[in-house]
Design a protein around this ligand. Structure first.
Ligand code: FAD
Length: 322
C-alpha cells in the first residue's frame, strides 16, 4: 500500500486524542514517502486541531465542520468522511480502534465493499508492503496481515504505536470542505457526562485496577490514591463491576476496555482469561494478590503476595517519597 493515506482524527472536547497522532505514525509505516492527509470532523473552527495534526506529521488536512458533527453519530460522520474519501481517492484510511473507530470503519468499509484490518497493535513495512500485527483469540496469539490490493481501512489500538515527535516548524495546507449532512437517523440531544476522574483509562500510561478482592466501593479509595501519585487512572475487573464496587465504564477485559499502559497494577484480581484479554499487552504488569496460586501471577512481571489493604497504601507512601 502506498501513495495517499487518510488519517481520521478524533476529537474529545475539541482536543485531538493522542491516538490520532499514533495513527499518523501508523500511516507513515504503511507508506514512508506517501502523502498523509488528515481529516477532522467536528463543529466550529477546526483550524487549531488541523494545525496540530500537521505538527505531528500530516502533510495537509481537510476539515469538515457542521453543527451536526459536534458529537459523533454514525450517519453524520460516515457522510462527512465518505465525502472526503470520494474527493481524495486514498489508498488507505487509518484511525484509532476506539469506540468511534470501531463503529465508523466497518460501516464505511462495507459501503465501499473494501477491506478492514482492525485493532492493529503494530504496523511495519516489509519491502514496501505494510504488515499489520493484530491480536486474535482474546489476545492469546497474534497474527500478521498484509494487504494485497485495494483500499483498506485500518484501526490501531491506542497506546501501542509511538506517536511521532511534534514538530512545530511543519506547515501544510488546511482545506475546509462543505458537506451537506442530511438524513441523520439518530440525534444526540444531550450528553450527560460522568464527573471527570482525571486521566482517561484508555489512554492512561499507568493503570491501577481493582478486582473483587477490593471488597467494596470504599476499598477503591487506596487504589485511587496510588493512581493519583503515579498520574494514572483506576480500572477494574468485571468481578468488581458486577459486585457494584465501581462503574462498568472502568471494566477492563474482553467485554470491557482493552488497555496497554506502561504500567498495570492489578490489585485483588484473579487473572481470568477474559480479564487478561484486556490488559495482558501492558508493558509492565504488577500483581498484588494474597493467593500465591492466582493466575494473574502467570502474566505479571512483578508479583507481590499480600493483602492489598497493606501493600497498596505502603506503595503509595513510598512513591510519594520519590
Ligand atoms: P475473582 O476471580 O473473585 O478474584 C478475586 C481475587 O482477589 C482472588 O484472586 C483473591 O485471591 C484476591 N483477593 C481477595 N482479597 C484480597 C486481598 N485483601 N488482597 C489481595 N488479594 C485479594 N472479567 C473481566 O475482568 N473483564 C471482562 O471483560 C470480562 N468479560 C467476560 C466475558 C464473558 C463472556 C465471561 C463469561 C466472563 C467475563 N469476565 C470478565 C469475568 C471473568 O471470567 C471473571 O469472573 C472476573 O474477571 C473475575 O474478577 P476478579 O478477578 O475481580 O474476581
Amino acid at each position: 500500500m502506498s501513495d495517499k493515506i487518510l488519517v481520521v482524527g478524533e476529537l474529545r472536547e475539541n482536543t485531538l486524542r493522542n491516538v490520532t497522532f499514533e495513527a499518523i505514525a501508523a500511516a507513515k509505516s504503511i507508506s514512508a514517502d506517501g502523502e498523509i492527509v488528515g481529516v477532522i470532523c467536528g463543529a466550529g473552527d477546526l483550524n487549531e486541531q488541523a494545525q496540530e495534526m500537521i505538527y505531528y506529521g500530516a502533510d495537509r488536512v481537510v476539515t469538515v465542520a457542521h453543527d451536526m458533527l459536534e458529537t459523533y453519530t454514525p450517519d453524520g460522520f460516515s457522510q462527512a468522511v465518505m465525502a472526503v474519501i470520494n474527493d481524495e481517492s486514498p489508498d488507505g484510511i487509518v484511525m484509532g480502534h476506539t469506540s468511534i473507530g470501531k463503529d465508523l470503519t466497518p460501516k464505511l468499509a462495507s459501503k465501499l465493499e473494501t477491506g478492514l484490518v482492525s485493532d492493529a497493535t503494530e504496523v511495519t513495512n516489509d519491502g514496501g508492503k505494510a504488515v499489520f500485527t493484530r491480536p486474535i483469540y482474546s489476545g492469546k496469539a497474534f497474527e500478521k496481515k498484509t494487504i494485497t490490493s485495494g483500499l483498506t481501512f485500518v484501526t490501531i489500538r491506542p497506546n501501542n504505536i509511538a506517536a511521532p515527535e511534534k514538530d512545530e516548524s511543519r506547515s501544510g495546507d488546511i482545506s475546509p470542505k462543505d458537506v451537506d449532512i442530511a438524513d441523520i437517523r439518530s440525534v444526540i440531544k444531550d450528553v450527560i457526562k460522568k464527573a471527570s476522574d482525571g486521566v482517561d483509562l484508555s489512554e492512561a500510561n499507568v493503570i491501577v485496577a481493582g478486582g473483587r478482592g477490593v471488597k467494596s466501593e470504599e476499598g477503591f479509595k487506596p487504589l485511587q490514591e496510588l493512581a493519583d501519585v503515579l498520574g494514572g487512572a483506576v480500572g477494574a475487573s468485571r468481578g468488581a463491576c458486577d459486585a457494584e464496587y465501581c462503574d462498568y465504564s472502568l471494566q477492563i477485559g474482553q467485554t470491557g476496555k482493552v488497555v496497554t499502559p506502561d504500567l498495570y497494577i492489578a490489585c485483588g484480581i484473579s487473572g481470568a482469561i477474559q480479564h487478561l484479554a484486556g490488559m495482558s499487552n501492558s508493558k509492565v504488569i504488577v500483581a498484588i494478590n494474597k493467593d500465591p496460586e492466582a493466575n494473574i501471577f502467570n502474566v505479571a512481571d512483578y508479583g507481590i503476595v499480600g493483602d492489598i489493604f497493606d501493600v497498596v497504601p505502603m506503595l503509595t507512601e513510598e512513591i510519594k517519597k520519590l
